[in-house]
Design a protein. Structure first.
Length: 168
């Protein structure tokens, strides 16, 4: 009798968690879609990717004011996140490490410039980092916990957390 009751409770908990779990993902997916990541036509690993990076470096030199640099580096960070999203979603395993490193580097460069600015800019960037961390957590969870690819994406999450602390 007691075993039946325990079995019934366990079955109820499992079925409720199975029913409610997709609802949590739907809410989370809506938050991620609000990021509006740019569609990247030239992704890491493609033949034209080095040329794209070269053009970005040239574009970097054409920004003279701090505001232009912040805007340009913010757009580059969003592109790096989109590239990381592409390589993790499509399981382009050979490009995950490089994409992860480029994302962290770009976040660091943007943080260095914004550190010198007013508090409003800092708070704005901290909010962006928080949004990006949510997406990165979703990307990280596409891999088994503590695997090398999981750790690479986790490193990006940790980097954003550290950089956010620097801005406070």
């Amino acid at each position: 009798m007691i075993m039946r009751l325990i079995f019934g409770i366990i079955l109820l908990v499992i079925s409720l968690s199975a029913i409610l779990s997709p609802l949590n993902n739907l809410i989370y997916a809506e938050e991620i879609e609000q990021l509006e990541l740019p569609k990247i036509s030239v992704n890491p690993g493609s033949f034209y990717y080095p040329f794209k990076r070269l053009a970005e470096k040239a574009g970097e030199r054409l920004n003279f004011s701090e505001e232009q640099k912040i805007s340009y580096y913010s757009s580059l960070l969003k592109k790096r996140l989109s590239e990381l999203d592409f390589v993790t979603s499509n399981k382009v395993l050979s490009q995950i490490q490089g994409s992860s490193e480029r994302f962290s580097f770009q976040a660091g460069v943007l943080t260095e410039i914004v550190e010198k600015k007013k508090i409003d800019e800092k708070k704005k960037l901290i909010k962006i980092f928080e949004k990006y961390s949510k997406l990165l957590a979703n990307l990280r969870d596409k891999y088994p916990a503590n695997s090398s690819f999981w750790m690479l994406v986790q490193h990006d999450i940790n980097s954003l957390s550290i950089l956010s602390e620097r801005l406070k």
